[in-house]
Design a binder for this molecule. Structure first.
Ligand SMILES: C[S@@+](CC[C@H](N)C(=O)[O-])C[C@H]1O[C@@H](n2cnc3c(N)ncnc32)[C@H](O)[C@@H]1O
Length: 239
């Protein structure tokens, strides 16, 4: 399987299930994963709707233009979840409401503050680390992004500071940063089985974690590697 090493991240181009098959039990401290939900959100849809601004006006909000792929036809089979629990001590699994498995435990709800966009208003993750329901609010809709997770309901005024989106179901680096700050401890090893745009990897490198991640699509893989490399360079410049 093709492998790239960027800083403390090891990135594989290939099927995560093949990768997990060769791993020892509990190889990773924490899995933070975002597998296909089976909802057809794999590009090709141009979302062009108007979003209400603070001053009451409506702004045309472009959220699309991604090449159509076919990775989101169905969620992973139950065996994927069994394997993930075998290779990692703890798991945070986005999309828990879509999967063919029961995952009793904690939940994390990400409220996207997206004012009724045609994507879901919130996403739900399984969290093996506790039994609570934790809520994080961070605006994420096209060009509208929150200032920070702390001020996630406040729109970033300077669009130049927005996170660039390269993937149809990209999750924000700031959201992954909050997950790591809240649920991981320094020195832990992190695995992401479906890295897409690489947002989790970027957040992990920013915090000095070792991360291992898989992505099956060569175009996403290449674009994410460039994005991760650039973010690492910026990080090193800032030191
Ligand atoms: C929901 S997206 C992940 C988005 C990611 N969390 C982000 O922030 O960009 C799921 C990704 O899994 C990839 N994928 C699908 N099946 C896979 C598999 N068996 N192994 C590795 N990657 C896979 C898809 O190409 C897609 O990029």
């Amino acid at each position: 399987m093709h492998k790239e090493i960027i800083g403390k991240a090891t990135l594989y181009l290939g099927d995560c299930r093949e990768g997990m098959a060769g791993m020892s039990d509990k190889s990773f401290s924490l899995a933070i994963v975002d597998p296909p939900y089976g909802r057809g959100e794999d590009g090709g849809t141009d979302r062009c709707s108007k979003v209400k601004q603070k001053n009451g006006t409506r702004l045309q909000c472009l959220d699309g233009g991604y090449k159509k792929k076919d990775w989101d036809k169905e969620p992973p089979p139950p065996e994927y979840f069994t394997d993930l629990q075998r290779v990692s001590q703890h798991q945070i699994i986005w999309g828990v409401n879509y999967y063919p498995v029961a995952l009793p435990g904690g939940r994390i709800i990400w409220d996207k503050i997206n004012d009724g966009a045609d994507q879901s208003g919130a996403e739900i993750a399984y969290n093996s680390l506790n039994q609570r329901v934790d809520v994080v609010r961070y605006m994420w809709r096209g060009m509208m992004q929150g200032v920070s997770v702390r001020r996630g309901t406040v729109q970033q005024g300077n669009k130049a500071l927005n996170e660039k989106r390269i993937h149809p179901t990209q999750k924000p680096v700031k959201l992954y940063g909050w997950l790591l700050d809240t649920y991981a401890t320094p020195g832990q090893t992190i695995i992401d089985t479906h890295f897409g745009s690489g947002s989790l990897v970027i957040a992990a490198l920013e915090r000095g974690f070792h991360a291992t991640a898989y992505e099956i699509d060569p175009e996403y893989f290449e674009a994410a590697c460039i994005r991760i490399e650039q973010s690492l360079q910026q990080l090193q410049l800032a030191l």
